[in-house]
Ligand binder design. Sequence first.
Ligand code: ATP
Ligand code: MG
Length: 436
Amino acid sequence: MSEINRAVKGTNDVLPQDSYRWQFVEKQMLSTAALYGFREIRVPVFEHTEVFLRSVGDTTDVVQKEMYTFADKGGRSITLRPELTAGVIRSAIEKGLINGPLPVKACYVGGCYRYEKPQAGRLREFHQFGVECIGAAEPNADAEVIALARQVLSSVGIEKISLEINSIGCPKCRKHYVDALKEYFNSRRDELCPTCQDRLERNPMRILDCKSPICSAIAADAPVVTDYLCDDCRDHFESVQKHLTAAGITFTVNPHIVRGLDYYTRTVFEFVSGEIGAQSTVCGGGRYDGLIEQMGGQSVPSLGFAMGIERIMLLLENQKTELPCPSPCDLYIAAMGEKAAIKATALCAELRSDGFKVQTDLCGRGLKAQMKFADKSGAAFTMVLGDNELLAGCAKLKNMQTGEEQDADLANLSAVLWEALRSSAYDRLADSILEQ
Ligand code: ATP
Ligand code: MG
């Protein structure tokens, strides 16, 4: 197949017959976030490259290997967002949100772009839902944000997922930890992969995140950050755990989680599933108290998380979770002959303005083919219009599920259809209650 007929490697299409799944999941995400006071923010798909260099960190895999960076026609260096936190923070500083009432609670859904090796759950264009809680320093904020992530996952039908949390301290205590890490990894320098040997000089904590089996084995015996926390960071972490318990959230402390982006401080967390193979982290987040200052604003402690929507979809598929699929068509009007087609156009216009989903033939098909199409497109009811029906001002309304027919007065079609849909929905509901 030539390139013109092929999607770019690592990208996906969501087809019309599947988009209800995405619409349901995104709606659940935004409405759950609203329960906690988060409102949607929309930021551009691209930013000045500097926005990501400053925030994500120039020693991370994302910045070093994965960004889609290009010069635009005006010679600016532009990058397609690899994540949304940086853009949201840029916006919160630029538009003055951080000078208004705090905390600012913002959530988002959007595409992200990373040049990675595509595989199940790892794409070059993928989508994240996430939240940023800007200006909240207290440990109950950490617990609230984690509780929100948990509730979002439950709201789409994901229950079997574990929460792991850690604290990676503040710059003050982290300095001692980084010294200890340097000493440890230096003693095994020759065994590390070349990238990690470089990381040892520039940012030894990144070694803990290396995916090579040898480096991960060495990292497993490295000093753990929780042994180096200062009193304030330890108190904060203990309090986060108390609030999580109060919110009824189960978790385990995993001292090896450091997260892949440089901006985190104190609390970091991940929701991990055993059911989607190697790409098992569905959601990652944490506190980033230094980020806003690092990006040119004042010091405003903040936190957030991001979850990968494709990984959630994968998990829902593996779990065989059925998502509610809205009926695609209430009524299909099959028309025979031009007069009937014109009447069908008038009826469609009237019914659609009353809010019904109505379709008629647009392809000049014969009656049999029209009915076949109506059946395939999932119409709840069908109606055939021909000369006799036009003359009588009345047609048969057929329930496609039961095959039952009733007379429908064309002058009063909205009311008849409404009643028919209502009672058939009632029958379906009664059936499903009886089946239980
Ligand atoms: P990983 O360790 O799997 O590479 P990450 O630490 O790079 O993940 P984050 O930057 O924290 O991921 O992004 C948050 C979430 O976004 C991840 O937990 C994951 O669900 C999703 N995600 C990240 N990269 C991809 C990708 N390339 N394709 C699909 N989803 C992704
Ligand atoms: Mg990654």
